[in-house]
Design a protein around this ligand. Structure first.
Ligand code: NAD
Length: 333
């Protein structure tokens, strides 16, 4: 039995109180749903900057009764009091609130700084003051910047190329020196995809954008020659990584960083053909439109996940094809 299966078996009889910041967003709402399904108590703190009420529809069903297991705090991580309120009585924090758009981090660097650095610091210290045991935070593969082709290990030199990536690196540094007795774990996500990812912005994940294009009969656009590679990880596997990291039995404490991906590099051309198959359009002769590479785009991104496998017991459970089928299925009218 895998470590994750073991935990899923034991968690319902040992309910903990979890705070999910950014819980109205794409990844955060999947975390909230998964924890509630495991009989856990969940507090979401979100200011709805990019999050949506509809993402919490299932979670809100747990917010009634005498001792509801779900509570939604509409608030901001830039406000220390609201961070303290969220952390009161909590065992675990899964910090996912952030301004996630790289272009916006260039346009509004102060906003990036206040949400992604000050907000992070507020949550880290509020959690510590509240006696939280385990603090897991969403870092990003963006901290690596440009890397040579091939799997990237956590010890690769960092080269953030945007204010967003600078903030993620700052989070990692703060967690390494300021977590005190609390275990702080940073998860460097590769490209996460799945239901509820917003296809509305041109900078959203390519999978949500292309899925919508195909369902609406529009032509998907490939930026560059299509040989750019990414390591796409299905959101339920990111949920797995969070639960494993939060409940890690590690007497050493302190900060730790893990790559969270599948370890597989997929080119955009391969991705499109898998997506055509998942949306039932493989034989329809859909041809993408090629446009110039976007400025600042990284050519290759692929995680070495040896550390997460060996220390956390992390094992991605979804193939790209399975994840795509679920994603496309969720977007059908
Ligand atoms: N999606 C990916 O591929 C990916 C990759 C690497 C890292 N990440 C990180 O994972 C986390 C979640 O990303 P996501 O893709 O779910 O994005 P998302 O935009 O769907 O979720 C972010 C959530 O944070 C909330 N938020 C933003 N600023 C806030 C503030 N000041 N106070 C309270 N709430 C605030 C938003 O309303 C939203 O609900 C982020 O930290 C992001 O940087 C995501």
């Amino acid at each position: 039995m895998s470590r994750y299966e073991e935990l899923r078996g034991s968690l319902p009889s040992t309910p903990l109180r979890w705070v999910v910041t950014g819980g109205a967003g794409f990844i955060g709402s999947h975390l909230a749903d998964a924890l509630l399904a495991l009989g856990q108590s969940v507090v979401v703190l979100d200011n709805f900057l990019t999050g949506r009420e509809s993402n919490l529809e299932a979670a809100c069903r747990h917010s009634f009764g005498q001792d509801p297991s779900f509570r939604l705090l509409k608030g901001d991580i830039r406000d220390m009091e609201q961070c303290r309120e969220a952390c009161r009585g909590a065992d675990v924090v899964l910090h996912h609130a952030a301004l996630v758009s790289v272009p916006r981090s260039f346009q509004e660097p102060h906003m990036n700084n206040s949400c992604n650095i000050t907000g992070f610091l507020n949550m880290l210290t509020a959690a510590q003051d509240a006696g939280v045991r385990s603090f897991v935070f969403a870092s990003s593969a963006a901290v690596y910047g440009r890397q040579p082709e091939g799997p990237i290990g956590e010890d690769a030199p960092l080269g953030p190329l945007s204010p967003y990536a600078v903030a993620k690196q700052a989070n990692e540094l703060y967690a390494s020196v300021l977590s005190g007795g609390m275990r702080a774990t940073g998860l460097r996500y590769m490209n996460v995809f799945g239901p509820r990812q917003d296809p509305g912005s041109p900078y959203s994940g390519v999978i949500s954008i292309w899925s919508r294009c195909l369902l609406e009969g529009k032509t998907p656009v490939v930026n560059g020659d299509g040989k750019t590679t990414r390591d796409f990880i299905y959101v339920d596997d990111v949920v797995q990584a969070n639960i494993l990291a939060a409940l890690r039995e590690d007497p050493k404490g302190g900060a730790s960083l893990f790559n969270i991906g599948t370890g597989r590099a997929v080119s955009l051309i391969e991705l499109l053909s898998a997506l055509l198959a998942a949306s039932g359009k493989a034989g329809e002769g859909v041809e993408p439109r090629y446009e110039p590479e976007r400025e600042g785009d990284i050519r290759h991104s692929q995680a070495d996940i040896t550390l997460a496998k060996s220390l956390l017991g992390f094992e991605p459970r979804y193939t790209l094809e399975e994840g795509l089928a679920r994603t496309v299925g969720s977007m059908r009218p």
